[in-house]
Design a protein around this ligand. Structure first.
Ligand code: HEM
Length: 147
């Protein structure tokens, strides 16, 4: 397939290629023909066949934490991409394709500016309880004994 123009596929079309003799996987909206790679895949052919049959291998592929060399190998198996690809809901929000968490909310916050009111309360409440306990102890030890 090398050198040929990449094609657009429907996911249902890709699902027809989930056997040892003909195995395609969808990763990040791209379609890879891994038939020739099955035997050489360090993770084994079964995981690829299973990923192929599952419909979308994106999350499984990411969970393994493939090396950059693995990612660059993928190009040689690329045959096309999915028409209007929408990534299935991920179980984690740590993937680069996820759009449900704005990038800002993942960055460090709270290093500058006033402390978050919640943190403030978290700090004050134990102090308040401690103060009450001290007042009770003081009252019971010194005040009530004098009467
Ligand atoms: C075109 C697609 C793929 C390529 C080129 C590829 C390539 C590789 C390579 C080179 C490794 C060796 C370790 C590394 O360098 O990261 C590996 C390991 C592995 N791959 Fe893939 N892989 C592909 C798709 C998948 C998919 C869809 C799964 C689905 C679960 C998968 C599961 C695994 C597993 C379980 C290992 C073994 C990790 C280990 O033993 O530490 N791979 N793959």
């Amino acid at each position: 397939m090398a050198g040929e123009a990449k094609k657009l596929f429907a996911a249902s079309e890709v699902a027809l290629h989930a056997s040892r003799k003909d195995c395609w996987v969808i990763i990040g909206g791209k379609v890879y023909d891994v038939t020739k790679f099955l035997e050489d895949h360090p993770g084994g052919e079964d995981v690829l066949l299973h990923a192929s049959a599952s419909g979308d291998a994106t999350e499984a592929f990411e969970e393994v934490g493939h090396s950059t060399s693995a990612v660059s190998m993928m190009d040689s198996y690329l045959i096309g991409s999915i028409k209007g690809y929408v990534r299935p809901a991920a179980s984690k929000a740590t993937d680069p394709w996820s759009t449900d968490v704005p990038p800002n909310s993942r960055t460090m916050q709270g290093n500058k500016g006033p402390p978050n009111p919640n943190t403030f309360l978290d700090f004050l409440l134990p102090l308040f309880v401690l103060g009450l306990a001290f007042a009770a102890w003081y009252y019971l030890t010194f005040v009530s004994k004098n009467h």
